[in-house]
Design a protein around this ligand. Structure first.
Ligand SMILES: Cc1ncc(COP(=O)(O)O)c(C=O)c1O
Length: 443
């Protein structure tokens, strides 16, 4: 058994025997809610949040990055356990409101926020809008002028040499993200002079899947240094500094684990001399929710091809693109287990793919599964982050899967399964020309 699968099972389903999620048998969940099915154990997400809060201490607010999983029930569980929220679209503002986040506990980031996004954020009372360019600032100023509002803002800094150790880099020279480090002070002076927005601070996010803690701390230090440079120029303290996020979660044995205790110690040292009124934050998606999730999928067919066993499952890349390697340069197989006996291993490698007409729709090229057959239930682990939200759901027009949150021994439906007819939603095929533009000169 892969070490990462063994570690995950120890947290998810510690007792020997069939897979259980939050104490409920995977078989019962599949029987009640059908497959394919995402299941999230809220208790695991809460425990992850508690661990990171304990490591970083009271001065650092942990924001849940909704892009990792916009399931309202899960976001609400994290909010109730003390998390704030990081949002990046008007849709995520809707999710955050439904999950009950307070305005001051929300920050809005993302390199392409338009005026509608800003309107939605201000309607929801979002405390801090992170600016990623002077042009975006101009758009916000127009919105602020229309509304007679004075939004709170922070500048996303783009460190010139991000040493964040992130596998998915979102900073560095020539990036669409943030404002280049050497322009940040001048930009801050403009915002201060214009008096349209209140400059609260700086924010930095250098990338996802960071595994090297010292590199991550070096990037966080860049944010603190940028804040100090702005404070010197403005002659006043800033009220908030975002230290970054993106803590890595291994999906396979080839990746290390991110040492949160070490990161927390380093961050405490980094901010030890900061003014008492200054607030710090980190923004995490994957680290909080990846390990609480399981994707359940049933074997439709099993067959042999060129001497290799293949199983065709009812779920696939359209629901869980990351597990099939979407977005990864090197395909890393996610742990996959048989629900009847998740710790059992077979010696005959099994290839497992879904119903889509693309060879990319494959969860495993050679999984070490025990002997499995038609009708058996499989579980793809580490499915709580960047599952449905990072998947090409429209490809082949299959319905969306259901999502379930298990909490305190109860399984609650969090998203009903879609229907095949959903594919027609918002399509206009009536043919009466009402929504067309006629070529010039033709009536
Ligand atoms: C600005 C920002 N914050 C937070 C996150 C969450 O990253 P992760 O899920 O790796 O923690 C992302 C991910 O893309 C991001 O772009």
């Amino acid at each position: 058994m892969h070490a990462s699968a063994a570690r995950l099972l120890a947290g998810l389903s510690p007792d020997p025997g069939p897979l259980r999620i939050g104490g409920i048998a995977a078989d019962d969940l599949a029987a009640r809610f059908g497959t394919p099915l995402f299941v999230y154990d809220a208790g695991i997400a809460r425990a992850r949040l508690a661990a990171v809060r304990a490591a970083f201490g009271d001065r650092v607010q942990v924001l849940y990055a909704l892009k990792a999983n916009p399931c309202v029930r899960l976001a609400r569980a994290l909010r109730e356990a003390g998390a704030g929220a990081e949002l990046a679209s008007a849709g995520e503002v809707v999710v955050a409101r439904a999950a009950g986040f307070a305005g001051e506990a929300m920050q809005f980031a993302g390199p392409g926020k338009d005026e509608h996004d800003f309107e939605a954020a201000l309607d929801a009372g979002v405390g801090t809008l992170n600016l990623e360019s002077p042009a975006e600032y101009d758009a916000l100023c127009r919105v602020a002028a229309r509304r007679g509002a004075r939004p709170g803002v922070a500048i996303r800094i783009n460190p010139a040499r991000p040493a964040s150790g992130a596998r998915v880099r979102m900073a560095g020279s020539g990036s669409k993200f943030g404002v280049d480090e050497d322009r940040v002070v001048a930009f801050a002076e403009t915002i201060e002079r214009d008096r349209v927005c209140t400059l609260r601070g700086v924010h930095m996010y250098a990338g996802s899947q960071a595994f090297d803690v010292d590199a991550w701390l070096a990037a966080a230090e860049r944010a603190v240094e940028a804040a100090r440079a702005i404070e010197r120029a403005l002659g006043r303290p800033l009220s908030s500094v975002g230290l970054g996020g993106g803590f890595g979660v291994p999906a396979s044995d080839r990746e290390p684990t991110f040492d949160v205790a070490h990161a927390g110690r380093g961050a405490r040292d980094l901010i030890a001399d900061a003014p008492a009124a200054q607030h710090f934050s980190i923004e995490l998606g994957r680290w909080l929710v990846a390990e609480c999730g399981v994707y359940l999928t049933r074997i439709l067919y099993a067959k042999e091809s060129a001497g290799r066993r293949h199983v065709i499952v009812d779920g696939g890349l359209h629901h869980f693109g990351a597990a099939a390697g979407l977005g990864a340069v090197i395909k890393r197989p996610y742990p996959i287990v048989a629900c009847a006996d998740p710790r059992a291993e077979g010696h005959e490698p099994v290839a497992g793919g879904g119903p889509l007409c693309t060879p990319a729709d494959e969860f495993a090229a050679a999984a070490a599964l025990p002997r499995v057959a038609r009708g058996d239930l499989l579980a793809v682990l580490v499915a709580g982050a960047y599952g449905l939200t990072f998947s090409p759901i429209a490809f082949l027009s299959h319905p969306t899967p259901a999502e379930v949150v298990v909490d305190g021994g109860t399984a609650l439906l969090a998203r009903r399964r879609g229907r095949p007819e959903d594919v027609l939603r918002d399509q206009d095929f009536a043919g009466d020309g009402r929504n067309s533009i006629a070529p010039p000169g033709r009536k």
